[in-house]
Each structure stands twice: as C-alpha cells, then as structure tokens.
Design a protein around this ligand. Structure first.
Ligand SMILES: [Zn+2]
Length: 296
C-alpha cells in the first residue's frame, strides 16, 4: 500500500498529513504566510514536508486558487497575501524529489465527498465559508479543466448590481452568499466588529434583519444549485463550509430550491467529510493517478 504525503493550502492555514488507505496520521498545521514573497511559501512548505518525507511515496497538494499545470494562480489577489503565479508543483517536487500531484482544494473536497456516494454519476460539492467554493464530479470523473478553472462556480453571476467580488467581477455568488459577505452586511447594522457567526446567532434568536441577510445568502446558493443542475443534470449536491453546515441553513436553501421548476431541482444534503476533506480528497485522487503512472 502506497503512502501519500497530503498537503492542503488554504487562505488561513496549511495542513499536512500522511494518508495510507484513507487513514490520516501525523497531521500538522501552520498559519498560511501572509507575505506575497515566494520565499515565505517555500519555507512554509519545506517545514511541513521535511518531517514526513521519509515515509512518503508521493505527494498530493490541494490548494486554494486556480492550479494551472502545477502553477498556482490567484483568482482573488487578496488571498495568500497576494501570492500569484507560484510554481507550486515544481517547488514541492524540488523539495521532495518525489512525484507531485496538485489540484484545487474544492475540487479535492468534491472528490472526497463523491467517495461517500453510491449510484451517483454527476454531483457538486459547494462550500459556503469565508468564500464560496465548488467542485464538480461529472460522469464519475473529477472535473478539473485544461486550465484548472473548472468548478469555480462561486464566481458565477448572482446580481449584476451586487457588490464587487474579490475576483474583480461585480455581483458574484461569493460577494453575496459567503460568510465574508454575511459579515459585511451585518457590519452595516451592528458595526465593524460584526462577524458572520454573530449574524447567524442573531438570526437563530429571531432577529428580522439577520434573517434577511441569511435568507439572501441561502437564496443565492439555491439559485446557484438550480443553475448547475439545469446545465449539468446534477443528481446530488453536497453543501459544506461553516455557513453551509450552520444550523438551519440547509433547510432554507432547500425551501428556495423547492420553489423552482422540477428540472432545476436536485437532492441537497450536508457534506460528510468535515475539515480534512481537502487532504483526504487530494490523496484519493492522486492515488489513482500514481497507480496509473507506476503501472504504465
Ligand atoms: Zn468573483
């Protein structure tokens, strides 16, 4: 059985672990460097990889951003301290001298969620958290795309008059539905210290202003699900992330979706893989690739 050294690079933290036959061990994590200098990321990766390297057969990396032929391209320049066009695959290969596979983190999480389904060929994983990330499995294959862009559905249009999104486009799903967007809407009412969690607590306590903000987010996500379903014939959507899994949120999304024409509707359930979905998913995906490479 091969052992994978899996790494998950997010906007706030980098996690690493050894994964063998789906079992996670020696998990560690550190804060994502806030510097846009490549040397800071080089050092961070080195410190995560070194202690686990001797036990690994290959390396699998899931990262935020667009992964185009192993190069990390920032869709939102504010993420990863402005790090853009970072040679992620090449850097990790140089540090480890092992075979390295790299995909986007939401794509990896979608692949992990897909492993927990049966008789499903087409599904989406949507995480509503700091941002809105999406991964697609179509015809039982993870959809990555020739430039690694596939699945960035959080940057589809929700409202042409909405706020400007971190990606530079106006009115993306993420700019209205994400935890950051919920917090920003709350700040207009409760001041600069307001967080998404605070708005959610207000909503659960019956506050009507908070209810409006949460419903606006859920309605946008329901419309995103409807758009993906009518274009890709999705059978299942798994909803994750701190907002997606918050008490009551899924029920509101389902309520809005149920008001749409039948062809736009798909079955929506909570994600099952929790925080390590990126690590586990990229290891599972890379294991298939590694097996193909070593057998050919
Ligand atoms: Zn956007």
């Amino acid at each position: 059985m091969n052992t994978c050294l899996a790494i998950d690079i997010g906007g706030t933290k980098i996690a690493a672990a050894l994964i063998c036959n789906g079992v996670v061990s020696k998990r560690s994590q550190m804060k994502t460097p806030s510097s846009s200098k490549t040397s800071a990321m080089d050092e961070a990766l080195k410190s995560m990889i070194q202690p686990l390297l001797s036990e690994a057969d290959y390396i699998a990396v899931a990262s935020t951003g667009i992964i185009d032929k192993g190069i990390l391209k920032a869709l939102n320049p504010d993420n990863l301290g402005g790090l853009n066009l970072y040679p992620l695959q090449q850097t990790v290969a140089h540090l480890s001298q092992l075979t390295v596979f790299v995909i986007n983190d939401a794509q990896a999480a979608a692949w992990a969620e897909y492993q927990h389904t049966s008789n499903i060929s087409n599904m989406a994983f949507i995480t509503v958290s700091t941002g809105v990330g999406t991964g697609l499995v179509i015809n039982n294959q993870l959809l990555i795309g020739s430039r690694g862009v596939a699945g960035h559905a959080g940057h589809m249009l929700a409202d042409p008059n909405g706020p400007v999104c971190g990606c530079g486009r106006r009115g993306c799903v993420e700019s209205i539905a994400s935890g950051t967007a919920i917090a920003n809407a709350g700040k207009d009412i409760w001041g600069d210290l307001c967080t998404g969690q605070f708005v959610f607590e207000k909503f659960l306590a019956g506050n009507l202003q908070a209810e409006k903000i949460i419903h606006q987010s859920a309605r946008v996500i329901a419309n995103l699900i409807a758009d993906l379903t009518i274009s890709l014939d999705l059978e299942l959507v798994k909803l994750g992330g701190s907002v997606g899994l918050a008490t009551g949120y899924l029920a509101i999304v389902r309520q809005y979706l149920s008001q749409m024409p039948m062809a736009h509707q798909s079955h929506v359930i909570s994600a099952q893989c929790a925080a390590d979905a990126g690590l586990v998913g990229v290891a599972q995906w890379a294991n298939n690739q590694y097996s193909v490479e070593t057998n050919s």
